[in-house]
Design a protein around this ligand. Structure first.
Ligand code: TRP
Ligand code: SF4
Length: 359
């Protein structure tokens, strides 16, 4: 483990997300085989700064410490979006491009596409045999997804946590960086791993553990959850000017009406919160001070913030330009990553069939 990950009190763009210290202590004690990292994202559209600060930045730092598998979950996207696949292929490539721009290095981490691994489908079938239906029926995360549906629950969506378990166990990962919303799924993955090992008297699978990150997702510019449908997100693909134009629209301390009114950074739920995420300590203190004394106006405050955000995004923009001009290269990264992952999954499947005494 690098010191930056353990000690960094302020997560920064370079060191990535600071993980909880106890988490790091207990990871250290794990055997090497349990230290494989796996995570995934559904390719539902362009990624924004919230994804970067909450997820990708953490992946980028993990790739320096552990073998990492990062998967484009296109089958998982189909569990709800099976009826709108026109943009699916473009979204897969776009997401891979966002990952590369964010700093995922294909020399270090393996990026791949779920549907390129047919062994996953076979493992999904086998795991579905040993999973009590009750486990998936009572999964609170799945219940939330079902509550948002406009149609009846499909058989495929019901299997969501089992498929996710396959993602993790097929590469025999022990560490899964996810947000809180995924903990219920992961609990099922642990249960399935344990049940499989017990039932077939094997130690093939480690029970995967979540790697929770300390920093919550970045809030949207309007104070709501950041999301592409709200028009309150800064996308990783946006330019410095576009970013500035968006930062201008961010909400500030609502009580500060006139330029001469002193403000309160604590009630400035977006701009000041972003300072906490993007600006160094001194700049943050200065903003707070000048806000309270009305020495600084909100527009100036935002201008400075936009500069810090753009500073964080500059290396991403450089990498994006590089890859965007060579889409074939992005495809190649996914193809090679998928081949490499497939070999691992084939090995897992062989072992699974062996202990299950299949023909
Ligand atoms: N369900 C995850 C999400 O919606 C995406 C995902 C698919 C995933 N497979 C995974 C996450 C495996 C971690 C591990 O965000
Ligand atoms: Fe927020 Fe900055 Fe305006 Fe203060 S000066 S209210 S911190 S935007």
């Amino acid at each position: 483990m690098s010191d930056s990950l353990i000690e960094s009190p302020q997560p920064s763009a370079e060191t990535g997300e600071a993980l909880k210290t106890e988490t790091l202590q207990s990871i250290k004690a794990l055997p090497p085989t349990a230290k494989v990292v796996m995570s995934g994202m559904r390719p539902t559209g362009k990624l924004h700064l919230g994804h970067y600060m909450g997820v990708l930045r953490n992946w980028v730092s993990l790739q320096n410490e552990y073998p990492c598998f990062f998967m484009v979950a296109d089958w998982h996207a189909l569990t709800t979006k099976y009826d709108e696949t026109d943009n699916l292929r473009a979204n897969i490539l776009d997401m891979a491009l966002d990952w590369l721009a964010a700093g995922i290095d294909p020399e270090k981490a393996t990026m791949y596409v779920q549907s390129s691994i047919p062994e996953e489908a076979e493992l999904h079938l086998l795991f579905s045999m040993i999973t009590p239906a009750k486990w998936v029926q009572t999964d609170p995360t799945l219940k939330d997804m079902v509550a948002m549906l406009h149609e009846d629950l499909s058989y495929g969506l019901l299997g969501y946590p089992i498929l996710q378990t396959v993602d993790i166990l097929s590469v025999r990962a022990g560490l899964v960086p996810v947000g809180k919303d995924q903990l219920a799924h992961l609990e099922i993955s642990r249960d399935i791993a344990r049940r499989f090992n017990h039932m077939y008297k094997t130690d093939l699978f480690v029970e995967p553990r979540p790697l929770l990150t300390e920093t919550p997702m970045l809030i949207g510019l309007d104070g709501r959850k950041m999301g592409k449908s709200y028009n309150n997100a800064i996308f990783l693909s946006e330019t410095a000017d576009e970013t500035w134009a968006k930062v201008k629209t961010a909400i500030t301390d609502p009580a500060r009406i006139k330029r001469t009114d002193p403000g309160n950074p604590e009630n400035c739920e977006v701009v000041y919160k972003y300072y906490e995420a993007f600006a160094p300590q001194e700049a943050r203190n200065l903003a707070a001070e000048e806000c309270r004394s009305a020495a600084r106006g909100c527009m100036d405050c935002k201008k400075i913030l936009a500069e810090y955000i753009n500073e964080t995004m500059a290396p991403m923009r450089e990498r994006r330009t590089l890859y965007a001009s060579d889409k074939a290269q992005v495809e190649k990264v996914l193809r090679e990553g998928s081949e490499k992952t497939r070999a691992v999954c084939q090995d897992t499947l062989r072992k699974v069939k062996d202990v299950m005494k299949l023909f």
